[in-house]
Design a protein. Structure first.
Length: 203
């Protein structure tokens, strides 16, 4: 069995399907996503459908978290048109059930990170989907992490691919025209697909 963990997808369906094809999953393999499957890119609904078809385990990203907290949309919902038009209502039930982190015997998958001075389950949902810096220490959260289990995270496109002490950052900015990345854990092998274009300016 192989474990394949995919970084932030943001609706980049063609890149996602190319990445999965390069990986070549069998029934014995397990795919994970670090979340932010939707928004900014061209085809969020198909990305969700593909991950569901593959029985991928997906954690909540800030974009899913934000989407669910904004739904149902009304005329007063202050969101851009792109966000409103995501054709993912079929997938809402699935999205509501996404966990904020997944912990196995060997590793943890979380979208952004957590304050390692507390147990992960004691961190707020908003923290798990959005944390980068520990404000009081002015340091990235993972520099404080001393745990035994490896942490796989995304959310930090500017950081890019990051290998630290028991942490791996996998957001390589596909939607900004860079790369979509996936890591085969057991082989410590990175697979990347170049973005077909920049779908969104770097914010
Ligand atoms: Mn994010």
């Amino acid at each position: 069995m192989r474990t394949f963990i995919i970084g932030d997808i943001h609706g980049c369906y063609r890149e996602l399907s190319d990445l999965v094809e390069k990986f070549g999953p069998t029934d014995k393999d397990q795919i994970y996503s670090v979340g932010d499957v939707i928004n900014r890119g061209p085809d969020s609904g198909r990305c969700i459908k593909l991950l569901r078809d593959l029985k991928a385990k997906v954690v909540m990203g800030n974009h899913e978290h934000w989407y669910l907290n904004s739904f149902p949309f009304t005329k007063k919902t202050k969101l851009n048109e792109n966000f409103r038009k995501l054709e993912i209502e079929d997938h809402l039930r699935w999205m509501y059930d996404l966990p904020y982190f997944i912990e196995t015997e060997k590793f943890i998958v979380v979208h952004a990170g957590f304050d390692p001075r507390k147990r992960i389950e004691e961190n707020e949902k908003d923290t798990l989907v959005s944390l980068r810096m520990l404000e009081d220490l002015d340091r990235p959260w993972f520099e404080e992490y001393k745990g035994r289990k490896h942490i796989y995270f995304g959310h930090w496109g500017k950081l890019g691919l990051y290998y630290g002490q028991n942490v791996t950052g996998l957001d390589t900015g596909c939607v900004y025209g860079k790369q979509l990345s996936g890591l085969i854990v057991e082989e410590n092998k990175l697979i990347q697909v170049k973005a077909k274009k920049a779908y969104c300016p770097i914010s």
